[in-house]
Design a protein around this ligand. Sequence first.
Ligand SMILES: [Zn+2]
Length: 394
Amino acid sequence: MMLFLRTALLLVLAVSVAPAQRLTPLATQPDWSSLEKFQSTITKEEFTSLLTQVYAPHGASNRYFTIKDDCVEVVTSPGKPPFRLQFATEATGAKPVPRYWHKGSSLRGLRIALDPGHLGGRWAQMEERWYQIGSSKPVTEGDMTLYVARLLKRELEARGAKVSLTRDSAEPASSRRPEQLRKEAAAALRDQNRSVNPASITSESEKLFYRTAEIRARAKKVNGSLKPDLVLALHFNAEEWGNPAAPKLVGLNHLHLLVSGCYSAEELSYDDERYDLMVKLLNRSYGEEVAVSSAVARSMARVTHLPPYTYTSDSAINVGSSPYIWARNLLANRLFECPVVYLEPYVMNNREVHARVQAGDYKGRRDINGAPRESIYREYARGVAEGLASYYGR
Ligand SMILES: [Zn+2]
């Protein structure tokens, strides 16, 4: 009996201490062998600097990445051997980087995918990107980003670019719906040590629907069929507005752009996030993301007159010697393999922005708080288009 109990106890201990495979919600087990094509494509110096200064600052990669003289070893899954990437040496030189996107030298022929953030329409309230003051026009981010995307598509096509949209309506790209995601929602809550009850499962399954499943579906479309040279992720920012039916309006207004990076140690404890980091780092998105973002940030600052937003938390780091550009790990810039320029201009619950949304779209300029202004949508689209034109026209 004693022996049996001891064996049982040991078994329980063995099970509880064995690190489990960790995946973020709706992720599939990564195929590490697909990274074999990156063997000998990067030097130790370049890998180390991208890993420690951009993708995993503050020592976040220490537990999972071991940099040796000639290679880096990355933890894959518990019980599985690490993935080993051989560095390029001076003697052999670095092999060409395999990737589907190209660094464009002109807007003509450049393949650009526009990703209008969120959904809008009948989903706007569920995705908490909606507020309304009395009977005034509701402010819904997903509808506003789609409107900008359509204007921008015309602007960029007129300059010769080949433009596609990740969505062209307020309907999701994903076929999954909240009621089909309750099991995954309960698992996600347990993984984050949050309480599991019918209400928390409902709210988590909605998040998995409008955020996780949707972004994953768009990424599949981008990497699998569109294969663009650049993704422009279009968003509007916001400050805390409280009750969406009686929102707080603020005087603050700002602009910033995001590139992929700044994974935390906690995020890197997930197998799929370590794999995603390797894909982005090894295909060298970063240089292009910062270069294009710099040109677009300059142009957006000029047309909007907005000051830079400054992060005060560890979730982002300032990069690219521009106060407007930050590296931050978001699903929507991590999963798109090509360079992503992720825009966060305008605070939606700023008083002037609210007035401009009420004014809607119009040609020319109108008086807004005593100054002649373009419609907020045209100003946004023009700022992006002129930034790209200056970058690719260089
Ligand atoms: Zn957004």
